[in-house]
Design a protein around this ligand. Structure first.
Ligand code: PNS
Length: 169
């Protein structure tokens, strides 16, 4: 029987991409033939980085990586997965506090489309405390984000700081 290509979606806001996301995506890439990083277009809140910036930062990180693509999506995640012929959604789990919300989302997605499975990957011991929310907060308050985000993201934050456009978290 021909080998069916295993495609996984790693969805998120990526506002901004952190070392935790990179760890998750690299580990997903070891498990699947193709990983599509799907950046949510229509966040309900005002994003810290524009969609274009978030995509550009991800493309910088994964430039030239075979089997890892960056894309955007709008609407239901399961509809996007179906359109991409992906049967798996990969989500990172940093701890028990996220378990409730992530399980709820996984169950709802399964109700919407039982053909799409959610796979949880536990965060690594080195980046389990890193989140985009905390990075945004630290960036807004003038702290160092070095080591929490890839260098390209730290550069963008530093550039914004120079022009004093950092505001909301
Ligand atoms: O990085 P985030 O913000 O935790 O990612 C959340 C995301 C993008 C995975 C989630 O908000 C999502 O899938 N949104 C798409 C809309 C959707 O499908 N909603 C129903 C899910 S139960």
């Amino acid at each position: 029987m021909a080998h069916e290509s295993r495609v996984a979606i790693v969805p998120g806001s990526f506002d901004p991409v952190t070392v935790g996301h990179i760890d998750l995506i690299e580990r997903a890439a070891r498990m699947f033939d193709r990983v599509i990083i799907a950046v949510l277009t229509n966040t309900s809140k005002q994003p810290f980085f524009s969609l274009e910036e978030r995509v550009a930062m991800l493309c910088d990180v994964f430039k030239g990586r075979a089997g890892i693509d960056v894309d955007t999506f709008t609407g239901l995640l399961v509809d996007y997965a179906r359109a991409k012929q992906a049967r798996v959604v990969v989500r990172g789990l940093r701890g028990l506090t996220e378990f409730d919300a992530e399980t709820q989302m996984a169950l709802m997605n399964r109700r919407l489309n039982p053909d799409v499975e959610t796979v949880f990957v536990t965060s690594s011991e080195t980046s389990g405390y890193v989140s985009s929310r905390l990075v945004r907060e630290i960036a807004s308050l003038g702290g160092s984000v070095d080591g929490l985000v890839p260098p390209g993201v730290a550069d963008r934050i530093a550039a914004r700081r120079r022009t004093s456009t950092l505001r909301q978290v």
